[in-house]
Design a binder for this molecule. Structure first.
Ligand code: MN
Length: 491
């Protein structure tokens, strides 16, 4: 069974080399697993995994991720087992599919608050093991939201709410701005039907007018910038509807559309950061910046999720206020694809090294691999803070647990106050017994140091040691460490 032409075309247009025979094999496997199954739309079920795989291919992700997209529902709905997937496609692909299946079964809406927190924590743990699980899940959610009209009203509400409360913020925290915007706009009409319809009718004309205006302005910008910056690209960016909806609720905007100046913006893309400032200078010398609204330099001061760009508001032709965003191609890639863009790069760079390290069992890691994991942890913290109703919880499971990482990126979930010794016993009893020292984030620390969320913990061992130090009982906090130490001390 040949690969569908639309998927082949996307793969052929990408730079990343992919394993076409293996992707074709996965396509055949999925087609067989889902044969005779239909989506609620009445279309063959296989159209769904195919759509997911196409999205992942368009994001320029690797063979494993694209295949996981094709196979992501074969365990849940296609009657395949994890063992089948390991046999046919190897451990790596099976693990990603398994992770997606696990997340799919964790439902976040409709549950009571304490369960919600617990489920969210489980979900983050599954995702933290492999970023590709999140990317497949986001592509899956995107297609499910695009075909939401075929579900029952109750299911529509549930999925739309989950998308708005969990998946869109997740995409935002991971810096995948484009997907965040798409997910929000797809959920918006289901959650706020009246407001969405009203805003749509109020803005339809405005969007069309501002698009025409920016298209004209774009040509002027190109004429202005091209002589100084030969490869300059100018795009037109339209604000997502849900993002506009939220902006209109700000006190300084007060539901007044005439105060929104970035309905449509011009986006100037250049090769180097220096050229960004060159472009800014050229633009300001021709179009005056609006004094009260000013410029934001997110290149010098990036946003917490890594977003970089210069935003300036100027008086454009006919005195209209217009927003211009200036960035490099690399910043643009980062803004649209965030962590996924970073991962593509770091994965390609460190792949061989990481495999060798894992095989040799040496404790060392490419720092790149952990960067997104740390971001996930900081997202987890922010997320808890930003939820009004979670703030009200007296006992907050997220706050009282920490996630720490082994030097190769494995995740361990420990109670707050845990020490390197607790960590060592959580990994393995023998590691606990042989502990003689510890490093946190590469720095030597005492064995009673308190671990923090996101720490990378490395245990120094003496292989000749077989018994723990009874003094450790004074500071360990986990039951498992306490039990193992007491047991060994008594004998
Ligand atoms: Mn699915």
């Amino acid at each position: 069974m040949p690969l569908p032409a639309d998927l082949s075309a996307i793969l052929a247009a990408k730079h990343r080399p992919v394993d076409l025979p293996l992707i074709t094999k996965a396509w055949e496997f999925a087609s067989l697993a889902h044969s005779d199954q239909l989506r609620l739309s009445g279309k063959p079920y296989i159209t769904h995994p195919l759509a997911v795989a196409k999205t992942l291919a368009a994001w320029d992700l690797d063979t494993t991720t694209i295949i996981a997209g094709l196979l992501h529902d074969t365990i849940e709905d296609g009657g395949a087992t994890r063992t089948d997937l390991v046999t046919e496609f190897g451990e790596d692909i099976a693990r990603v599919v398994d992770g997606v299946t696990k997340i799919t079964n964790i439902h976040l809406t409709g549950s009571v608050e304490s369960q919600f927190v617990e489920n969210l924590r489980k979900m983050l743990l599954v995702m933290a093991h492999d970023l590709r699980v999140i990317l497949v899940k986001l592509a899956d959610r995107l297609h499910n939201m695009q075909t939401l009209q075929y579900l029952s009203p109750t299911k529509q509400m549930e999925n739309a709410r989950e998308t708005l409360e969990i998946y869109a913020p997740l995409a935002e925290r991971l810096g995948i701005g484009e997907i965040k915007g798409q997910l929000e706009d797809l959920a918006f009409p289901y959650i706020y039907p009246v407001q969405a319809a009203d805003l749509q009718s109020r803005t339809k004309k405005l969007y069309a007018q501002s698009h025409v205006y920016i298209a004209k302005f774009r040509r002027q910008l190109l004429t202005l910038l091209s002589p100084q910056i030969p490869d300059v690209v100018v795009n037109i960016r339209q604000k997502h509807l849900y993002s506009l909806f939220k902006k209109l609720q700000r006190p300084d905007i007060d539901n007044d559309l005439s105060r929104v100046h970035d309905l449509t913006a011009a986006r100037v893309i250049v090769n180097t950061p220096e050229q960004c400032y060159l472009a800014l200078g050229a633009i300001h010398s021709k179009f005056h910046p609006v004094p009260s609204l000013g410029i934001s330099d997110f290149i010098a001061n990036p946003k917490p999720n890594g977003y970089q760009s210069i935003h300036t508001k100027v008086f454009g032709p006919e005195g209209q206020i217009v927003e211009i965003q200036i960035r490099t191609h690399a910043m643009h890639e980062q803004a649209e694809m965030g962590i996924a863009a970073h991962w593509q790069y770091s994965e390609a760079k460190s792949h061989g090294v990481r495999d060798k390290i894992l095989q040799s069992g040496l404790i060392a890691a490419p720092a790149d691999k952990l960067a997104w994991v740390r971001q996930l942890v900081s997202w987890q913290n922010e997320f808890t803070d930003s939820r009004e109703y979670l703030r009200a919880l007296k006992f907050d499971a997220l706050q009282h647990r920490i996630l720490v990482f082994s030097p190769i990126g494995d995740v361990y979930d420990l109670p707050s106050g845990a020490t390197p010794v607790d960590y060592a016993y959580a990994v393995h009893t023998d590691l606990g017994h042989q502990t003689v020292g510890a490093k946190i984030n590469g720095r030597l620390v005492g064995l009673d140091a308190k671990l923090q969320n996101g720490d990378v913990v490395e245990i120094l061992i003496d292989r000749k040691r077989t018994l723990p130090n009874p003094d450790w009982l004074h500071f360990v906090v986990t039951t498992s460490a306490r039990q193992e130490i007491s047991k060994s001390v008594k004998t």
